[in-house]
Design a protein. Structure first.
Length: 230
């Protein structure tokens, strides 16, 4: 009799563990399938002067935020990937961060995504080297500029929809603005706020593509042209 009771107790415990395992598996699958964010960090020229973005990527990964680090020359591929992820529903919030030439590429990526009808939740520039006009659907665009150096402000173009803010930074220069701890903290705070907020708004209709195709007319030279040396 005692043996039968022990068997029944063992079977009940095993069944409970099995159900708990199934429940956990379903929960994990639901979490994995839930649309999230993708942060694209774009380095400047030569991949040697923007290594602060690698530090930033490591910190974001520790927070469980999906992040990629690319060279600014990959901006067109980033557009294709971001648009595909957004349209598939895997990603709701696209976040762009760039330093130097990478900051200039942020403008180009946001503009091209706007042409494709894909919104950007947050864009952050760290001392872009070419003055450009922001375009596209960007909920919030913050451009940090170190005055008196190689960087420049970003102007609001007529096709820009969102909030654009140029912020002067006096505690860092062009070559260390990406490595400045206080500024990294500020960038992370901006990203965390964006991730925790509502998904990027969907534009009513995509903007018309430029007649020449490729990069938007307002940013084409910035993306492909000769940026100032780094």
């Amino acid at each position: 009799m005692r043996f039968k009771n022990n068997v029944r107790a063992g079977l009940a415990a095993a069944l409970t563990l099995l159900l708990l395992g199934l429940s956990s598996g379903i929960s994990a699958a639901q979490t994995a399938s839930r649309p999230g964010e993708h942060v694209y960090l774009m380095r400047g020229a030569f991949n040697v002067f923007s290594l602060g973005l690698d530090q930033l990527a490591a910190r974001l990964q520790q927070l469980g935020i999906n992040v990629s680090v690319e060279n600014y020359l990959a901006w067109s591929r980033i557009v294709d990937e971001a648009a595909a992820e957004y349209r598939s529903g895997r990603v709701q919030n696209i976040i762009l961060v760039g330093h130097s030439s990478g900051a200039t590429a942020v403008t180009a990526v946001a503009a091209r995504l706007g042409e494709l009808g894909v919104p950007v939740k947050l864009a952050i520039g760290l001392d872009p080297t070419t003055r450009t006009f922001a375009a596209g659907h960007v909920d919030r665009y913050v451009n940090f500029v170190a005055p008196g150096g190689m960087g420049t402000v970003v102007d609001k173009g007529r096709d820009f929809h969102g909030v654009l803010q140029n912020v002067t930074i006096t505690t860092a220069g062009h070559f260390d603005i990406d490595k400045n701890q206080a500024l990294q903290d500020r960038v992370i705070a901006e990203i965390r706020t964006a991730v925790a907020g509502r998904p990027a708004r969907i534009p009513a209709a995509p903007a018309a593509r430029s007649a020449a195709g490729g990069a938007p007319a307002s940013t084409r030279h910035a993306a492909y042209g000769q940026d100032r040396p780094q």
